[in-house]
Design a protein around this ligand. Structure first.
Ligand code: NAD
Length: 254
């Protein structure tokens, strides 16, 4: 029921071995999935390619989600090699530093639009390309944060961005459910990654989570990966549209 042998999974968002997407790729592979893995650009490739090769990835290609030609090339390669896709994992977010560090009220229009485009609309673009490759159903996942639902200090414009991502997940789930395609948002507690290093005073968020989460444990990328593998499996076929907190219960504490 949890076996992913022979399943085809695309993982977008690995920067290094701390990345949430890497934890997910490792778990999907451990359950038997064949992987397609992308890297952002030539600068990222030396960090990502060895990880992808170690996981036996069958497709390793560049993808800047703002680049529609690269997106087409990636899905063309997936179609040519596999002719189908079972799982899409989108683990990508971006905001310009000045927009992230300022007040949400002061966020520039173009910075807001760019953060929304890279972090939210790109999920829709990938889903749209994946849909024809999932004629018998599939699983699409993105990665959110509790700052979508509550005000988290220093999370800034990413709060509204993640709120939009979670609403997008629900609408996409409703639209694709009849085709057997489920759409989920994974919502891990704070984790020390490269993206997180852009958030001011992130260490105090980590220590707060470790102290106040009911389990007193920070989420790990393996925790997120295990959950992603479950959602990708047959066992989760009737689960869709949700925001799944993987945070030791941190988000239930007021
Ligand atoms: P990370 O830095 O390892 O991953 C972020 C990824 O986004 C990188 O691989 C980067 O290359 C990619 N990216 C940025 N712009 C891109 C673009 N234009 N095209 C393609 N890829 C692009 O950090 P992470 O923490 O693993 O972040 C992954 C996701 O998890 C993000 O959506 C983040 O908001 C979310 N998240 C992180 C935490 C945390 O505490 N670290 C908690 C909850 C949710």
């Amino acid at each position: 029921m949890f076996d992913l042998t022979g399943q085809k999974a695309l993982v977008v968002g690995i920067a290094n071995d701390q990345s949430i997407a890497y934890g997910c790729a490792r778990a999907l592979r451990a359950q038997g999935a064949d992987l397609a893995i992308t890297y952002l650009n030539a600068k990222a490739e030396p960090y990502v390619r060895p990880l992808a090769e170690a996981l036996g990835a069958e497709i390793i290609l560049p993808l800047d989600v703002a680049d529609l030609d690269q997106t087409d090339a990636l899905f063309g390669a997936i179609d040519a090699r596999w002719g189908r896709l079972d799982t899409l994992l989108h683990s990508v977010a971006f905001s310009r530093k000045e927009d992230l560090h300022g007040r949400v009220v002061d966020c520039s229009a173009d910075g807001f639009a760019q953060a929304m485009d890279i972090s939210v609309h790109s999920f829709l673009r990938l889903i749209r390309k994946a849909e024809p490759l999932m004629p018998d159903g599939g699983t699409c996942m993105t990665v959110s944060f509790m700052g979508a639902q509550k005000v988290v200090d220093n999370y800034g414009v990413m709060g509204p961005v993640k709120a939009a991502l979670e609403a997008t997940t629900r609408y996409a789930a409703a639209e694709l459910g009849p085709k057997g395609i489920s759409v989920h948002a994974l919502s891990p507690g704070p984790l020390k990654t490269r993206a997180a290093s852009g958030i001011a005073e992130f260490d105090s968020l980590l220590s707060d989570a470790a102290e106040r989460a009911p389990t007193h444990q920070l989420a790990t990328i393996d925790d997120v990966g295990a959950y992603a593998a479950f959602l990708a499996s047959r066992a989760a076929f009737n689960v869709t549209g949700g925001v799944h907190q993987i945070d030791g219960g941190y988000s239930i504490i007021g």
